[in-house]
Design a protein around this ligand. Structure first.
Ligand code: PMP
Length: 514
């Protein structure tokens, strides 16, 4: 027992000599040990911040029926979290309610999608107004929402990124961007990072290098992957590589403006250019921060140099802003701005519509013309009146409610609190991110950086949910918790999330010690 407890304490980085813990509280009988932690304030169930919204009474299918229908009529590969998948029935801003009326703080936003808040009243009102006025005309006719939206969205981009193609999903946006890159360059090969997710359509599957995207089925002709410059898990990384309030615990001796990790990863990128693709290429796709791979941040300066190398080979540079756009990163509205680069094509989805299915590709007039010379691009629903009305309302809310600044303030606040957990628990390997795009990567121990086994992470995830906090997962071993809440969350809610996470980690250490 003593040995087990000392393991718990070591993992918590609380030695028996720690001034914070009176020695008498330690090494009690197992029944008393729970009390000892409670006495120390380490094991009280965190109190959920208040919410003045009451959900309607759930009156739909019983849970067992929903489960049956799912089993028989929905694809079995659809990913669901938790031993008993959540049946949600209502949302209000950052809150979700399940069929039994339980309330959850949503820190994953329907996979980084609900940008301004579930059922935001202004967005709902705009959707309702348009619903009663005109749903659809197709792009063969003019309607005011499309022009209003195109003007608002284009104003958010620097010259020459001023032409907008409206589509319906992130995959469709990236499909179109691939086509544009090829039509414009007259080349075929496109490079993306290992670990990247850019979509699940047959074309974008070639760019996606995570979660079983490599299959025996033919797809992705002309796509090549390159090493992801991951400064935590990758071959190189140091103590000030990334644009985040929290750095890795890896040490380096680089001067602040000279990153050796970046130089090493650029050598790998050159190697890909020299060995894996044709002399002239069509382009390079990158998320400014990788989402599904677990909020991976590249070393500062990497994208700038990579963009130059791609352009030397005749390729165009595509920023996939599906997760990083619309102010989520706090310091800038678009992720590419945080790298001080100007892409040739920008793709976006998810947060653009706060959950309404819409997406866009923004490019230069020159690239748009190259595509139009070869192909009449057409999408029945792209630029749909409902989607455009919703998109305009989302942009207005981001501005009126200062949500970009909220991402910066609450995100930085939360990152610094989570960094303390990383210092406290050996199994928290890394805390990273920017604004409200945050990750906590779980490891067996900091020295090895080996991923914590999936079953253990599942249990921590489950415990967080049971305490009322929903977070996401990511990384090739599903070893990372992803935190991308609606952009309206507050500091007290961030405090609650950190407390829940800490309580779940303590519970986990106790389970291990048994
Ligand atoms: N790009 C990125 C960065 C994404 O995260 C996703 C979705 N997870 C996509 C593209 C594809 O978007 P969709 O699911 O809307 O097709």
């Amino acid at each position: 027992m003593m040995l087990a407890w000392s393991r718990v304490l070591r993992a918590l980085r609380l030695e028996t000599s720690s001034p914070r813990i009176p020695k008498t509280c330690l090494f009690l009988s197992s029944a008393a040990s729970w009390t000892s932690l409670t006495t120390l304030g380490l094991h009280t169930k965190p109190r959920m911040p208040p919410c003045d919204f009451s959900p309607e009474k759930y009156q739909s299918l019983p849970y067992s029926r929903a489960l049956e229908i799912h089993k028989h009529h929905l694809p079995s590969i659809a990913i669901t979290y938790f031993q008993k998948p959540l049946l949600l029935h209502q949302g209000h801003m950052e809150w979700l309610f399940d069929y039994e009326g339980n309330r959850y703080l949503d820190f994953f936003s329907g996979i980084a999608t609900v940008s301004v808040g579930h059922c935001h009243p202004k967005v709902n009102a705009a959707a309702q107004k348009q619903l009663d006025r005109l749903w659809h005309t197709g792009s063969i006719f003019f309607h005011p929402p499309i022009h209003e939206y195109a003007e608002m969205l284009s104003a958010l981009f620097p010259e020459p990124l001023k032409v907008i193609f409206l589509v319906n999903s992130g995959s469709e946006a990236n499909d179109l961007a691939m086509l544009m890159a090829r039509a414009h360059s007259n080349n075929t090969d496109i490079i993306s990072f290992r670990g990247a997710y850019h979509g699940c359509s047959p074309y974008t599957l070639g760019l996606t290098n995570i979660v079983n995207s490599r299959t025996e089925l033919p797809s992705g002709m002309g796509c090549q992957s390159t090493m992801c410059p991951d400064v935590f898990r990758g071959l190189w990384g140091g103590s000030h590589c990334r644009d985040s309030p929290v750095q890795t615990t890896r040490k380096c001796s680089c001067e602040p403006d000279c990153c050796q990790a970046k130089d090493q990863y650029i050598e790998q990128f050159k190697d890909t250019l020299n060995t894996a693709v044709a002399k002239s290429i069509a382009g390079f796709f990158a998320e400014p921060i990788q989402g599904l791979n677990g909020v991976i941040q590249y070393p500062k300066g990497f994208l700038k140099e990579a963009f130059e190398l791609v352009r030397e080979r005749g390729g165009v540079c595509v920023a996939d802003e599906v997760q990083t756009g619309f102010g989520r990163l706090g310091s800038h509205f678009w992720g590419f701005q945080t790298h001080d680069v100007l892409p040739d094509i920008v793709t976006m989805a998810k947060g653009i519509g706060n959950g309404f299915p819409m997406a866009a590709v923004v490019t230069t007039p020159e690239i748009a013309k190259s595509l139009e010379k070869r192909l009449l691009h057409f999408s029945t629903y792209g630029g749909n009146a409902m989607a455009c009305a919703v998109g305009s309302a989302v942009l207005e809310v981001i501005k009126e409610e200062n949500l970009q600044k909220n991402c910066q303030d609450v995100g930085t606040y939360m990152l610094l609190k989570l960094a303390k957990l990383r210092d406290e628990f050996d199994i928290v390997g890394d805390v990273r991110g920017k604004g409200l795009m945050i990750a906590v990567e779980m490891v067996q121990d900091k020295m090895s950086r080996q991923p914590l086994p999936r079953e253990e992470i599942n249990q921590i995830h489950e415990d967080c949910k049971n305490m009322g906090l929903l977070v996401g997962r990511g990384g090739i071993f599903s070893q990372t918790f992803r935190i991308l809440p609606p952009m309206c969350v507050t500091k007290p809610e961030a405090d609650f999330a950190v407390q829940v996470f800490r309580a779940a980690l303590i519970q986990h250490m106790e389970r291990r010690a048994k």
